[in-house]
Design a protein around this ligand. Sequence first.
Ligand code: SAM
Length: 281
Amino acid sequence: MAGHARQILERIVPGGRLLGIDRDPEAVMAGESTLAPFGPAATVVQGRFGELDRVAAEAGFARADLILFDFGISSAQLDNPERGFGFRSEGPLDMRMDPGSDLTAARIVNQFGESEIERILRDYGEERWARRIAKFIVARRPLRTTRDLAASVEAAIPRKAWPRDINVATRTFQGLRIAVNDEIAEIESGLRAALQILNPGGRMATISFHSLEDRPVKSFFIVESKDCLCPPQQAICTCGHRATLRIVTRRPVRPSPEEVAANPRARSARLRVAEKLKPPT
Ligand SMILES: C[S@@+](CC[C@H](N)C(=O)[O-])C[C@H]1O[C@@H](n2cnc3c(N)ncnc32)[C@H](O)[C@@H]1O
């Protein structure tokens, strides 16, 4: 939707150029229209974070001074029942950010084995009831809509164990969405690609919405800010690893109470920033 892109462009023109990348063609179209007033300073293309280096090179951005990742799904995706991300309304079991990709939530819930569904809900949804929910999903096949899925979760979790702060189906929907879009692997490969094309002294920034997204960023920044990755008990370094990043935000930056009041969906956002080191001379 290019909300951040607009803010950045206002600070870098004239002279700067910005490339926006999203795997969702609807977001690309919305971004193009938001950024149209900036003319040739802004380019928006469809692509995945994981192939950022190739996508950027093809768009004529071989190197970058700032790379900002805003992970997860957008409000536009969540609020459109046709995309299948939300448990509140009836929609198809889709959840693909890129409607051109193969895997849908319907295929996972209707064709994957029970133990694989359990693993997805536990690992990507951090759902304590993963085993029981997977069992209920398999017993109720075929599931056709988001309401069918939400109803399976509601039936699987005893009422007195329903969470107070989030919807009972939130974790299941999150787990499936992350699996459908391979989001964690995308974050990891996106960060590596960003490091490749970032200029020395340039910065990469990430906005995560939950710990599953934040964790790979935190470990990537820690590993890339260390000169040696050998075990501490080893006296002499044999790994030869050299730091490539300096961590700018020791702790993630959280939104202010005013920002959360104005935009409640920002409440769990965490911003991390790291700067690419200049190579030793
Ligand atoms: C939180 S939203 C971004 C909102 C945007 N910053 C704004 O201000 O309107 C995340 C966006 O990233 C996209 N996205 C998520 N994972 C992606 C990936 N691996 N590659 C490309 N785009 C991705 C989603 O399609 C979604 O549009």
